[in-house]
Ligand binder design. Structure first.
Ligand code: ADP
Ligand code: ZN
Ligand code: ZN
Length: 750
């Protein structure tokens, strides 16, 4: 029998079995529960929170056993319609549970139904005739009591306090509300206004600038497309310092005036203080509030930020990756700055790519998406080439400032000249001294990944490596200790080689601390500041450091790749790249792309003011194409050459790459199951559709005691081919000591 009078909802509980279940709505909730609402439902013996993913008037099975929704957490839906569709796409594209996607979309305090500081107020809407009142008093004395009380109030009164004082149950109040006899409104109690002024004491003044011709062409092209309110993606390819932010801002202005919401993604919010400051200064005065979405928000702040956005009080959201899920009600523009940044890829479930999700979300909203970069990813370049993305190009720096001159320092020649390997070559040291004497600033850049000081025995070749991970330990001067950057394992440094007892064991490699020491030696009077992960973890320190540098209190900044991003310091005229080859040595087909991007981006930090800039890049392979093209800032040349190679091997962007990683504490089990799976898979897949490579040991063979093996799957269409693998995986039993991860469009191949 199909029951008609009740309504049913499909609810996906957060702590359930990963499946949505059907519940009944009591009449009380009938009109209040909508798609995307957060509700509390019984599950076994517990009451759990879940999201309403579907609604229906009838069910095809016996509904008498269905349980009721017991509570509505928040009156408004926590997911907009587009986010609901997005969550379903994400979970199938990235092969991850819908539940994990919803968890990523809805901030924890909202999900947990954290008390929203909101007072519900009630007031009488229509005074009742005395006769009616008498009859009500007979039928429903408690309703009458409440109504009589409200009739004597001049202002709305707080609901909870009133009901408890009069000892009237909430159901009576709701009944009156339903009859339209009383009105309920809510008034938010503002939490302490939070300070998320990331730039510290640095307040931005907005300077309206006149767009350059190139900027104007780019802006007009984007606005022209936006007129039709259809989905479009624009790749804004602009050299460093060409004023991409100004183009974004001009397009934002138009969007905001039309009442549209704007999502502005940056790779790391802590590195975008200038952008945030500029946007606030410009749009705040017109009453457009900017919410900054970042990981340092407290739960209360996060909730407030979320509410501001969900209620349409703040039409601008600036944030890192996860801000792509901000519940903007009328999203019309999505901006992804530095779209090539690997930081947009989330490296835990759900393993989504923030940029790709941004594009898809824009599509769901018939909105425009702008992807900006001086060094676009090859994926985006390919999309532009195929006409999927519109291309807008800024070839010149504003005010025609020139790009810095890049000098390649051939370290092989330096080695021949001096007879030993150098960290800082003579030309770089000379340049540092020269800038210091002119009171200009320098930045020395060192790639962090895998390259730092470790301990090495020259007698027997022993290197200090972690007991749990197959990587070398990093030497930390403070306390003279060796530390593993993967698992945190720590031990005192060695006095003797543990293998051969030689006391010749020494430190080797170049850490930021080492470079800092060498710079101090080169310019003893110089003020040197080191910025690396250690400093970065102390947020205020980082902020203060950047401010000091901007004010000229520091002469040389030594840092890891974090300083390659977006920073704009006008007095920097020298950038030194200590080891330009580093990313070339990684076992990753994107190595050349990363090297190119890093070199061009760090070079972009030089010569942003009135003086011209110089870059010194130290390299042992000056002939490599990534380095040569980067030296000339020749993006198109690099892309053409790199495309040729990627195409030959069928690498992205010519096909999608899915990485399947197996992990186990038991090496034997990991090997066995990976092999078994690989055999099974090869039986069913058509190699022209899905090319399977591997299994092989992952480049980092062991992390935290877990052995790692992987397979690579290449395919043209994720939506068409991936389900075949997923379906097979469902039927393939894994040992409980082995776990696996499927990473779609994998970036991290370590
Ligand atoms: P990009 O992001 O392309 O590297 P930015 O947007 O940071 O470049 O701009 C570089 C600098 O140029 C900023 O200080 C910005 O205020 C300034 N700028 C941008 N557009 C103009 C313009 N049209 N006229 C003058 N200055 C501009
Ligand atoms: Zn030894
Ligand atoms: Zn370790």
């Amino acid at each position: 029998m199909v029951k008609r009078e009740a309504s049913y909802v499909e609810v996906l509980p957060f702590e359930g079995f990963g499946e949505s279940l059907t519940y009944r709505l009591s009449s009380h909730f009938l009109e209040r529960v909508r798609l995307g609402c957060l509700v509390r439902v019984p599950l076994g013996k517990r009451i759990v929170t879940g999201v309403v993913l579907g609604m229906t008037d009838s069910v095809k099975f016996d509904s008498s056993k269905l349980k009721n929704v017991v509570d509505l957490v928040l009156d408004q839906p926590v997911l907009t319609k587009d986010l609901l569709s997005l969550s379903s796409w994400l979970s199938s594209y990235y092969a991850c549970p819908r539940e994990s996607v919803l968890e990523a979309m809805i901030p924890a305090p909202v999900r947990r139904g954290m008390k929203i500081k909101k007072r519900r107020l009630i007031e009488i809407s229509e005074p009742m005739e005395a006769a009616e009142m008498e009859s009500l008093a007979k039928r429903a004395p408690r309703q009458a009591k409440l109504l009589a009380f409200l009739a004597n109030q001049k202002l709305p009164v707080p609901r909870i306090e009133t009901l408890s004082r009069l000892q009237v149950p909430a159901t009576s109040c709701d009944a009156l509300k339903k009859k339209g006899l009383i009105n309920e409104t809510s008034q938010r109690e503002e939490r302490l206004a939070y300070s998320d002024n990331l730039s510290g004491d640095e307040e931005m003044v907005d300077l309206e600038v006149e767009l350059t011709d190139e900027q104007e062409i780019a802006r007009n092209a984007i606005l022209e497309k936006m007129k039709t309110d259809t989905f479009s993606v624009h790749l804004l390819k602009g050299v460093t310092g060409s004023g991409k932010t100004e183009v974004y801002a001009k397009v934002m202005e138009k969007t905001l005036r039309k009442g549209g919401g704007v999502l502005f993604l940056v790779p790391e919010v802590a590195l975008a203080p200038q952008t945030v400051g500029r946007l606030r200064a410009r749009f705040g005065k017109n009453g457009f509030k900017t919410v900054v979405w970042h990981s340092h928000l407290s739960e209360g702040e996060r909730l407030d930020a979320w509410l501001d956005v969900a209620r349409g009080d703040a039409p601008i959201v600036v944030g890192a990756r996860s801000a792509v899920f901000a519940p903007l009600p009328n999203l019309q523009l999505v901006i992804v700055d530095e779209e090539h940044e690997p930081a947009y890829k989330q490296e835990e479930t759900p393993r989504y790519h923030g940029r790709d999700v941004a594009v898809y979300r824009a599509k769901l909203n018939d909105a425009a998406c702008i992807l900006g970069s001086a060094t676009p990813s090859l994926e985006s370049m390919r999309n532009a080439q195929m006409g999927k993305y519109e291309l807008a190009t800024l070839t010149k720096r504003v005010d025609d400032r020139s790009l810095p001159t890049v000098h390649l320092v051939d370290m092989r020649r330096e080695l021949l000249k001096t007879g030993f390997t150098q960290v800082l070559s003579q030309p770089l040291r000379d340049a540092l001294r020269d800038r210091f004497s002119k009171r200009e600033q320098s930045i020395l850049f060192l790639n962090r990944r895998g390259y730092s000081t470790t301990m090495l025995c020259p007698e027997c070749g022993f290197t200090a490596s972690c007991e749990h991970c197959s990587i070398t330990l990093t030497y930390h001067r403070v306390g003279s200790r060796l530390r593993c950057h993967f698992c945190g394992y720590e031990r005192p440094s060695f006095r003797h080689c543990p293998e051969c007892r030689s006391d010749e064991i020494t430190r080797r490699g170049t850490g930021t601390q080492r470079v800092e020491d060498l710079v101090k030696k080169a310019i003893p009077k110089g003020r040197v500041l080191r910025l690396d992960a250690d400093v970065m973890s102390k947020k205020n320190l980082f902020r203060r450091a950047l401010n000091d540098f901007r004010r000229g209190k520091i002469d040389v900044l030594v840092g890891t790749q974090m300083i390659a991003k977006g920073l704009d310091f006008p007095n920097v005229t020298l950038v030194g790249v200590v080891d330009a080859d580093l990313s070339l040595r990684l076992e990753d087909f994107r190595a050349a792309e990363r090297t190119f991007q890093l070199l061009v981006q760090v070079s972009g930090r030089a010569g942003r003011g009135d003086q011209e800039g110089d870059v010194y890049a130290q390299t042992y392979s000056p002939e490599s194409s990534a380095i040569q093209f980067a030296r000339r800032s020749d993006l198109d040349g690099f892309v053409e050459e790199e495309f040729r190679q990627r195409k030959e091997f069928g690498y992205p962007p010519f096909r999608h790459l899915v990485r399947h990683l197996f992990r186990s504490r038991s090496e034997a089990k990991a090997t066995f199951f990976t092999e078994q799976w690989s055999l099974r898979l090869r039986e069913i897949v058509d190699p022209t559709e899905i090319e399977v490579r591997g299994p092989a040991s992952a480049p980092v063979e062991k992390i935290k005691g877990y052995y790692r093996f992987h397979l690579w799957y290449f395919m043209h269409s994720i939506s068409k081919s991936l389900p075949k693998i997923i379906n097979l995986r469902r039927e393939f039993p894994l040992d409980e000591e082995v776990s696996d991860v499927i990473d779609v469009d994998a970036q991290d191949l370590s």
